[in-house]
Design a protein around this ligand. Structure first.
Ligand code: ADP
Ligand code: MG
Length: 250
């Protein structure tokens, strides 16, 4: 088992955003979570990545109970995530955005930075090299010196991927990576996710674009009002009564 949730539940006051979800994220695969707006998809991501503490239930990562670990500790174990909207420093270059994003997670402390110690400089070089490497991986070598405020929506999505990849994760959680971009660009991002899997990174994404998911995902979970109503391959999902009901029924 790679990542498993057991009876995972999150209440916000009287609202049950995620309700007793048992799900297993398959290693080396593209896993997807779909469901109508407000179904609990982002909350599920927040629970698994440690941004939220569950009301009850467990998250197990490679046999280790990570349920109550703070998010930075979970990140250190190799779990990366992107958010529904990526906030970049618009006045900084693409490269600097990735370097800074990465630096915030490295161990060098503020005193090292102020004194510009050898260790700090060594880390700075490492961060820059890593940033160039991941920007190349996501296909942005040509725009590393552009200001982040001047790049396209699709390029911003790729920067978000680069930020996640800079941490050398084992698994990346991508929250609606293809929101707000056109179909051609969506295909490009789908290819990038396949490339990540080839590199040995497990992918778990939330997506609204059903066509994309059906072509891309190896395993899908469908949430509706916080509950898992189905899981399986695209074929299984498309023929599932409960899923058809949730999407088409009233
Ligand atoms: P999805 O990502 O599937 O659209 P969310 O996980 O964002 O759904 O939200 C699920 C439900 O939980 C929604 O009803 C939402 O309003 C509620 N919710 C999400 N986050 C919070 C929060 N921090 N505080 C209160 N309610 C929240
Ligand atoms: Mg969401």
């Amino acid at each position: 088992m790679f990542i498993e949730t057991k009876d995972l539940t999150k209440n916000f006051g009287g609202l049950v955003a995620v309700k007793s979800v048992d799900f297993s994220i398959e290693e080396g695969k593209i896993n997807a979570i779909i469901g109508p707006n407000g179904a609990g998809k982002s909350t599920f991501f927040n629970l698994v990545s440690g941004s939220y503490t569950p009301s009850s239930g467990k998250v197990i990562f490679k046999g280790k109970d990570i349920t109550n670990l703070p998010s930075h500790k979970i990140a250190n174990l190799g779990v990366a995530r992107t958010f529904q909207t990526t906030n970049l420093f618009e006045q900084a270059t693409v490269l600097d955005n990735v370097i800074v994003g990465h630096r915030l997670r490295t161990e060098s402390n503020l005193l090292d930075a102020i004194l510009r110690t050898k260790r700090y400089k060594r880390e700075e070089k490492k961060c820059r090299d890593k940033a160039m490497e991941v920007l190349d991986f996501v296909g942005l070598t040509g725009i590393t010196d552009k200001l982040a405020g001047s790049i396209t929506q699709e390029e911003k999505k790729r920067v978000a991927f680069a930020l996640a990849l800079a941490t050398e994760p084992e698994v990346v959680f991508l929250d609606e990576p293809a929101a707000g971009i056109n179909p051609g660009e969506t295909d490009g991002l789908a290819d990038l996710m396949r490339k990540m899997v080839k590199k040995g990174i497990t992918v778990c994404l939330i997506e609204h674009k059903m066509q994309m998911i059906m072509k891309l995902a190896d395993k899908i979970m469908v949430l509706n009002y916080g509950e898992k109503i189905a899981e399986g391959t695209s074929e299984e999902i498309m023929n599932n009564e409960a899923v058809i009901e949730a999407y088409l029924g009233g």
